[in-house]
Design a binder for this molecule. Structure first.
Ligand code: ADP
Length: 486
């Protein structure tokens, strides 16, 4: 006996089996099965119609013959007060009414009365009688039998001339065996041909469905083989621009996108490790040389100072990597508020004040309207920080930096312009890429990681800010931020 829990489990298993059963059937079998069901039902209907029509034709033909024959006998009768007179004796003597070997037709005349009585029967009936129904008062055709042999018969009433009451019935019958045999033969032929056609159709549709789905198997095979190692492999496109062509090209473009992301991620990891390993190696080398033998205190100070600078750079790089990782996550949402971007700029300028003074830069902030923006304040600060630091970093001594706030109806435009070396035209599009540094030899004099502008772009995208970088004709670079206004 099953306990309630066992029973539940059993039911669940059974349901899962039936669900999976339906789902596991291949498209090929489903298409051929469905086609077979539809074609089978249509054929059953068509074959049934054929059978019904043939059967009706057979009975119509027999009934016409019976009607004609009965008519002749009715015309050969005369109903008198004394009874029924048979005027046409010759009719009764015809071979078909006497013998049973040549298209026999059995005839019987029944006189109506309180007790109906057989008035006359054809010779070929011998001692048999034809069944009749005394309650009928119009022509009726029906199947019956003579001593167990099937016959089709007609019963025609003959009326009194004066009273219009039934005086007699003429009953004519013909053997039905042959016609029934033909009909049963037809049924067998139709049934077998239906079964054979359905079986052939099942296999033919399976083959056709299999052939049409074969390219799909190729798609599955190729897709199954694609891994990280061979992400550049693509599914071959069929000649016809059909659904399989669309499926293959959709999978191919998905693979293109995946490969681009994967390559970018790989490149990013390689660049990040390289950027971290280089300062580590130089710190290690410096310290190893330093401990080999005792040195002057000044030498120690200089070398340790160098190591501290390298460690600061590494720490800055790690901060930037963490920042990117944080903002890269899909779940991250900016904290959008309304605030004055000029205040943010003031904080940023305060932070680079020392460098500005060291380089004796002429930094001017021009204000051409409200700078109330709708953005994430800490993100905008990071963005302005990177842009202003770059402008200061790449400006030559005594150069100038101009920062202008302007606004249109729904945007605040902030531009940061320096008079530095600018960026080579063919490289300008790549400065937003991670770890991209325009000129390593020039950059080697200025510290940097190549992540600053990548962070600016990332944060801009998150907040719906447009960022644009261009060279000025008179030299120098302009970075424009187009920020949603409050
Ligand atoms: P980095 O840390 O090297 O400054 P960024 O991502 O901020 O990295 O900038 C990428 C590259 O773009 C820099 O290496 C630099 O060559 C170039 N660049 C950025 N800003 C300026 C600028 N104001 N003037 C000249 N070159 C710039």
């Amino acid at each position: 006996m099953l306990f309630a829990k066992d029973e539940d489990m059993e039911n669940m298993r059974r349901r899962a089996f039936f669900r999976s059963f339906g789902r596991d059937i291949s498209i090929r079998s489903r298409v051929s099965g469905l086609f077979l069901m539809v074609a089978g039902s249509l054929m059953v209907v068509a074959f049934a119609l054929i059978y019904v029509q043939v059967e009706r034709d057979v009975y119509n033909h027999i009934d016409e013959e019976l009607n004609e024959e009965a008519g002749e006998f009715v015309r050969g009768l005369q109903v008198t007060e004394n009874g029924i007179l048979f005027k046409d004796q010759a009719e009764w003597m015809e071979r078909s009414h006497v013998a049973v070997d040549f298209y026999p037709k059995f005839v019987q005349v029944v006189a109506a009365g309180r007790v109906p009585e057989i008035a006359r029967r054809s010779f070929n009936l011998f001692s048999d009688t034809l069944r009749y129904d005394p309650s009928l008062d119009n022509v009726a055709f029906y199947n019956s039998d003579i001593s167990g042999a099937s016959v089709r018969q007609v019963q025609v009433p003959v009326f009194h001339k004066e009273s219009a009451g039934t005086a007699a019935w003429v009953v004519v019958a013909v053997p039905l065996e042959e016609s029934l045999f033909v009909l049963s033969d037809l049924r067998t032929v139709l049934f077998f041909s239906l079964s054979v056609i359905l079986i052939i159709l099942f296999f033919v549709t399976r083959v056709i469905a299999g052939k049409s789905l074969a390219p799909l198997e190729k798609v599955i095979d190729t897709a199954e083989k694609i891994t990280q190692e061979n992400l550049d492999e693509r599914i071959g496109l069929p000649a016809n621009k059909d659904e399989i062509y669309r499926l293959s090209s959709t999978i191919n473009s998905l693979l293109d996108r995946l490969q681009a992301v994967y390559t970018r991620e790989k490149q990013f990891t390689a660049d990040a490790s390289h950027e971290l390993k280089t300062p580590l190696a130089s710190i290690l080398g410096t310290l190893e040389v330093l401990v080999r033998k005792p040195r002057e205190p000044g030498h120690y100070k200089a070398r340790i100072g160098f190591c501290i600078d390298e460690l600061k750079r590494m720490s800055g790089l790690i901060d930037q990597l963490l920042l990117l990782a944080r903002y890269d996550s899909d779940t991250f949402r900016p904290d959008i508020n309304v605030f004055d971007a000029k205040g943010t700029l003031a904080v940023v300028l305060g932070r680079v004040d020392e460098q500005i003074r060291e380089k004796e830069l002429d930094v001017r902030v021009r204000d051409e309207g409200s700078a109330m923006v709708r953005a994430d304040a800490s993100m905008l600060e990071i963005m302005l920080d990177n842009i202003v630091v770059n402008a200061v970093k790449y400006s030559s001594e005594g150069g100038s930096v101009s920062i202008v706030f302007g606004n249109s109806s729904d945007r605040v435009v902030c531009s940061v312009t320096d008079a530095g070396p600018g960026i080579a035209a063919e490289k300008i599009d790549r400065v937003f890429e991670r770890f991209y540094r325009v000129d390593e030899s020039r950059n080697s004099q200025t510290s940097g990681t190549g992540l600053g502008l990548a962070i600016v772009k990332k944060l801009a995208d998150i907040q719906g800010i447009a960022v644009h970088l261009s060279n000025r004709e008179e030299g120098g670079t302009t970075v424009i931020l187009d920020i949603p206004a409050a």
